[in-house]
Write a protein that binds this ligand. Structure first.
Ligand SMILES: Nc1ncnc2c1ncn2[C@@H]1O[C@H](COP(=O)(O)OP(=O)(O)OP(=O)(O)O)[C@@H](O)[C@H]1O
Length: 258
């Protein structure tokens, strides 16, 4: 039987007069890939922002692995094992691949001015260890990228930048990965390649669960186990892609009818 990992119960978010999410309930099981889809402005990114502690919710509750995480800060949510990527790239372009990835797991790095100035040998050792961990992770996505760990990210094409953003999210060994429109700004072939990478990561990982917000329906059909459809902040359908794709309300609100 599948085990529940995440549960939204009647979650509501208002921004002044705008109700971005309206009593939204959904769940995610361990190891599942869930597609969160719907028209522009339907509340998908807001769901991620509430889940990751960016915004306080107006009502309802969010449980992760039986813990109430509704009022946690972004840092506390991250420490429970939830990480995300963003719709727009948030990489620091002049910094190296290694530096950008390690931003995702500062707990592995030596901290404090004193230890960095004085404990040079320990610093060097920790640097080498973290470099290897980051390099091994990058190599699972691209051998070519793993050979360029000290190159600035700004010199890389979009697909490589997306891979680095996903590596930055995965470096801390999370249990839930939130992907916000990973195909944005990429070609069809690049998107397909990235999705294969994501499926590989899930196949290798110990029970990594994923929620993906995506407008490319080919991507949703290919990689999700189940979908939840939002419209004007309300859930209008839930099921496999094949089920929601023939739902009349979903067709009217989002997919369109031929
Ligand atoms: N910080 C904010 N302040 C005010 N209104 C907001 C804020 N964030 C989101 N909204 C509003 O909440 C609603 C839901 O927005 P949200 O970004 O969650 O939609 P979305 O489904 O992710 O859309 P898209 O597909 O375009 O990314 C929209 O009406 C949006 O304008």
């Amino acid at each position: 039987m599948s085990e529940r990992l995440l549960e939204f119960q009647a979650v509501t978010k208002r921004f002044g007069g705008v109700t971005a999410l309206d009593s939204f309930s959904m769940h995610l099981d361990k190891g599942e890939i869930l597609g969160l889809i719907g028209p522009n402005g339907s509340g998908k990114t807001t769901s991620f922002n509430l889940l990751t502690g960016i915004y306080p919710k107006t009502g309802g509750s969010i449980h992760f692995d039986d813990r109430d995480i509704s009022s946690m800060s972004a840092r506390e949510v991250y420490e429970t094992g939830i990480v995300r990527t963003f719709q727009r790239s948030r990489l620091c372009l002049p910094l190296s691949i290694y530096d950008n990835i390690m931003v995702g797991d500062t707990s592995r790095l030596p901290k404090g001015l004193w230890s960095n100035l004085v404990r040079r040998r320990a610093f060097r050792r920790q640097y080498e260890e973290t470099f290897k961990v980051a390099r091994d992770l990058v190599a699972t996505f691209s051998g070519n990228l793993a050979d360029r760990m000290l190159d600035p990210v700004g010199a890389l094409p979009m697909i490589e930048r997306r891979r680095i953003e996903i590596c930055r999210a995965l470096i801390s060994g999370p249990r839930l990965l939130l992907l916000d429109e990973p195909s944005a700004g990429m070609t069809h072939d690049e998107t397909n390649q990235l999705m294969s990478d994501i499926l590989d990561v899930r196949a290798r990982g110990e029970g990594l669960s994923i929620i993906i917000v995506e407008h490319e329906m080919g991507v949703i059909e290919r990689i999700t186990d189940r979908c939840v459809v939002l419209s004007y902040g309300k859930k209008i359908a839930e099921g496999t892609y094949a089920e929601i794709a023939c739902d009349k309300e979903v067709q009217n609100a989002y997919l369109g009818v031929d």
